[in-house]
Design a protein around this ligand. Structure first.
Ligand code: 6GU
Length: 271
């Protein structure tokens, strides 16, 4: 079933469809559901949805507001700039989604600049869940009772402030979905992800062999697979040393790789 921008109207949150039982289900609460159309309607996320590796539902929690104006925010107690998201619509939206699930401990993640930093490990952890509920925060923030009594995790995608949690939710979903079984072809195996290995990627080349006088490194044309593997490993290590030395200190290295690191360090004049 292709992904569609989905705005439910209480209480008709979609039930799990036939054929979805074993796949992951992600529910996203947002005030701007249309924002998700582009990123989820193309490429690998779309293909994953089409293949039922994941189902994604977008809910506008404004639909859960009780008053005539569908109010979702209000002034901050104690005064000060900016509006705060009210607890009722978000609690009720999450509770009605949870009712559909046969699992008690569904992770409820708030996207907020105050959350733990998103990275490969967190994506891997989330990809192992059957259900995931993401709440996109907005304005100056959310009522603290949402944090304390509804949310099980808070995630930030980096050290900068976005206008809302939507873009962050898209980043999280994209990174998680590509880790799900059967989503990537073997040629793009997740095991080779640079952050899975702890190294940045080695340089890659394709045809033509010479472009504007710039040549492809000789070793890659040699047909010697051992030499090529070694060259790539060295390049990956060198690039990581130069650009992200912090990654290398965390990486789990084989004896061979440790020796290579030391040799490259020495050659490059690192301590
Ligand atoms: Cl999750 N939300 C917002 N509003 N800003 C962010 C973020 C999230 N992650 C980094 N900046």
């Amino acid at each position: 079933m292709p992904w569609r921008p989905f705005e439910d109207k209480r209480p008709s949150v979609p039930r799990v469809r036939e054929g979805e039982r074993d796949s992951m289900r992600i529910d996203i609460l947002s005030l701007f559901p249309k924002m998700f159309d582009g990123p989820f309607g193309e490429s690998i996320v779309k293909r994953a949805v089409d293949r039922s590796a994941v189902s994604i539902y977008i809910h506008n929690f404004r639909d859960y507001a009780h008053d005539r104006h569908h109010t979702v925010d209000d002034y901050s107690f104690g005064g000060g700039e900016g509006m705060v998201l009210k607890p009722e619509p978000i609690f009720e939206a999450v509770e009605s989604i949870k009712q559909l699930m046969d699992e008690d401990a569904v992770p409820v993640v708030l996207l907020t600049p105050q959350g733990r930093l998103f990275c490969h490990q967190v994506a891997l952890e989330l990809s192992k869940q059957r259900n995931l509920i993401l709440i996109c925060g907005h304005y100056e923030g959310v009522d603290e009772r949402i944090r304390q009594n509804l949310v099980s995790d808070e995630i930030s995608i980096g050290e900068y402030v976005l206008t809302g949690g939507e873009l962050a939710a898209m980043v999280v979903v994209d990174a998680v979905v590509r880790l799900l079984p059967g989503v990537l072809g073997s040629e793009q195996s997740v095991k080779n992800d640079s952050y899975a290995k702890g190294f940045l990627e080695y340089p890659q080349y394709t045809r033509p062999r010479v472009y504007r006088g710039w040549e492809v490194p000789e070793v890659l044309l040699s047909g010697n697979h051992q030499e090529i593997a070694r060259w790539r490993c060295e390049e990956a290590i060198e690039r990581t040393l130069l650009r992200r030395p912090d990654l290398l200190s965390k990486a789990v290295l084989s004896e061979e790789e440790k020796k290579l690191v030391d040799r490259i360090r020495a050659r490059r004049g690192f301590n």
